[in-house]
Design a protein around this ligand. Structure first.
Ligand SMILES: Nc1nc2c(c(=O)[nH]1)N[C@H]1C(S)=C(S)[C@@H](COP(=O)(O)O)O[C@H]1N2
Ligand SMILES: [Mo]
Length: 210
């Protein structure tokens, strides 16, 4: 995948561990705050902000989960240094959402919004990456509540906090803005292969002021 091999070791699934990460057996639950209760009749997935047509686009749960399903094998790297390798995630590619509810041409970043106001900001290129997925399943099974049911974002090339669990929508932005953890000391970009863990490591151009 073009990652520097001298900094990496081989994982069980043939994936590699980014620098400073260790392999985790099993799948721990890591998040801030309580696990939200899923209420299908109130749930909607909302695309808003700088859309191409100026309108917000929404899907209810039935329509969102009826969008074309695909699988992506991807690792999960927590900034607290554990990694889970080789999970098979199933769900709806971010690119499908970009096609069905396109951003205006000036859009540079996306804020991903989850229950309770949790958020994470992504560069449009990271959101639009081929493997970025709104996951509903892992290894063929529906996500459990604590792992993000009904929908979580998976951004394979970034640390796991960049992938909110319990996603409720995205906001197209014409300038960068920090999300929840990015405001609280985590790196604005979050590339695990560059060990971009903390905001104090940011260089000029990596992000807006804290
Ligand atoms: N909504 C929400 N999503 C979140 C978080 C959170 O605090 N809230 N934590 C992130 C972090 S730091 C990690 S490591 C992963 C953990 O996912 P898991 O609990 O399924 O292992 O979820 C991410 N998604
Ligand atoms: Mo994490």
């Amino acid at each position: 995948m073009g990652h520097p091999v001298e900094h990496a070791s081989r994982g069980a699934a043939g994936s590699e561990l980014p620098p400073g990460q260790r392999l985790q057996r099993g799948w721990p639950v890591t998040h801030y705050g309580p696990v939200p209760k899923f209420r299908p009749e109130r749930w909607e997935f909302r695309v808003f902000g700088a859309t191409a047509d100026g309108d917000a686009h929404t899907w209810n749960h039935e329509r969102f989960t009826a969008l074309p399903y695909t699988t992506v094998v991807a690792d999960l790297h927590c900034v607290t240094k554990f990694s889970m390798l080789g999970a098979e995630w199933g769900g709806i590619p971010a690119r499908t959402v970009l096609e069905l509810a396109p951003p205006a041409s000036e859009v540079t970043h996306v804020m991903v919004w989850a229950e309770y106001g949790f958020s994470s900001n992504l560069r449009l290129a990271d959101f639009a990456a081929e493997r970025t997925l709104f996951a509903t399943h892992k290894d063929g099974e529906l996500l459990t509540a604590e792992h993000g049911f009904p929908v979580r974002l998976v951004v394979p090339q970034l640390y796991a906090w960049k992938g909110p669990k319990w996603v409720r929508g995205i906001e197209y932005m014409t300038a960068d803005r920090r999300g929840f953890w990015e405001e609280r000391g985590y790196h604005n970009i979050g590339d695990p292969w560059k060990e971009q863990r903390y905001s104090y490591q940011e260089g000029p151009g990596d992000g807006p002021g804290v």
